[in-house]
Design a protein around this ligand. Structure first.
Ligand code: ADP
Ligand code: ADP
Length: 228
C-alpha cells in the first residue's frame, strides 16, 4: 500500500565549477493514509525533496515511484495528467488569484483543465462547508484572513479529489492559533477523507499532527520516527 517510494534519490546543483549535492541517497516510502512531516534545519533540503516527490523538479539520479509508476519513465503529458489527478499542492503563501472569488479560486484547477465547473458543484459546496467558508464564497482573498486564505488553498488542492496532498510550510505564515486551526483541518482531511498528506514544517508542534516524521540533515535522512 505504498503511494510514494524513492530509491537512491540524489539532487545536485552545479554552481560554477562546484557540484553541490542538496539531497543524498534518499530512500523513503510512504503508505496510503499516512500523514508524514518532513523536518530539518533551514537549507537541509526539505522543500527540494517535496518538489521532487510532486514532480515539480527532477532528481539528478535515483527513482521516484508514485502508485508504482516511475516518474522518470512518464512522458511530460502523462506526468502532468498524473499530477493533476493524484496530487494536490498547498504552499506557504497560499498562491490564490487576487481578483477571483473564493469559489472561483477553489474551482481554478477544474477551469484550467477545461472541464465544466457545473459538474463539480456538489464537491465545491462540500469543500466550502469543510473549510467553514460556505458563507464567504463570493469574497475575494483580500477580504479574508491568512488562515481563511490557506483554507481556500486547501479546498483548491482537494477539488480534483487527489489521493495525496503535498504541503510546503502550510502554517509558516500564520500565527499559532490560526496555524492550529489549519493543522486540525489537515488532520481531519487525513482521517475523514483518507488522504495521504506530506508536509514540510519547521515546527515540531505542527509535525505532531502527523503520524511520522522524517528528519533531514545536510540532505540526508538522519532519523525517521513513528509517533503513534
Ligand atoms: P529547506 O527547504 O530545508 O530550507 P531547500 O530544499 O529549500 O531547503 O534548499 C536546500 C539547499 O539547496 C539550500 O542550500 C538552497 O540554497 C539550495 N538550492 C535550492 N534550490 C536551488 C537552486 N535552484 N540552485 C542552487 N541551489 C539551490
Ligand atoms: P476540535 O476540538 O476542534 O474538534 P481536536 O482537538 O479534537 O479539535 O483535534 C482535531 C484533530 O486533531 C483530532 O484528530 C486530534 O487527534 C488532532 N490533534 C489535536 N491536537 C493535536 C496535537 N497536539 N497533536 C496531534 N494531533 C492533534
Amino acid at each position: 500500500n505504498q503511494v510514494i517510494v524513492t530509491q537512491n534519490l540524489f539532487k545536485a546543483y552545479t554552481m560554477g565549477t562546484l557540484n553541490v549535492e542538496i539531497l543524498k541517497d534518499i530512500n523513503i516510502s510512504i503508505n496510503k493514509g499516512e500523514f508524514v512531516s518532513i523536518m530539518g534545519p533551514s537549507g537541509s533540503g526539505k522543500s527540494t525533496l517535496l518538489y521532487l516527490l510532486g514532480g515539480l523538479d527532477r532528481p539528478t539520479s535515483g527513482s521516484i515511484k508514485i502508485n508504482d509508476k516511475e516518474l522518470s519513465s512518464m512522458s511530460d503529458k502523462a506526468e502532468s495528467a498524473m499530477r493533476r489527478r493524484d496530487l494536490g499542492f498547498v504552499f506557504q503563501f497560499y498562491n490564490l488569484v487576487p481578483n477571483l472569488s473564493v469559489e472561483e479560486n477553489v474551482l481554478l484547477p477544474i477551469l484550467l483543465d477545461g472541464k465544466k465547473a457545473k459538474k463539480y458543484h456538489e464537491r465545491l459546496n462540500e469543500l466550502l462547508e469543510l473549510i467553514g467558508l460556505a458563507d464567504r464564497k463570493n469574497h475575494t482573498p483580500r477580504e479574508l484572513s491568512g488562515g481563511q486564505q490557506q483554507r481556500v488553498a486547501i479546498a483548491r488542492a482537494l477539488i480534483n479529489d487527489p489521493e495525496i496532498i503535498l504541503a510546503d510550510e502550510p502554517i509558516g505564515n500564520l500565527d499559532s492559533k490560526t496555524g492550529i486551526e489549519v493543522m486540525k483541518l489537515l488532520k481531519r482531511i487525513n482521517l475523514e477523507k483518507s488522504k495521504t498528506i506530506i508536509q514540510v514544517t519547521h515546527s515540531s508542534e505542527s509535525a505532531e499532527y502527523g503520524n511520522r516524521t522524517i528528519n533531514l540533515l545536510d540532505g540526508r535522512v538522519c532519523q525517521q520516527s513513528n509517533e503513534e
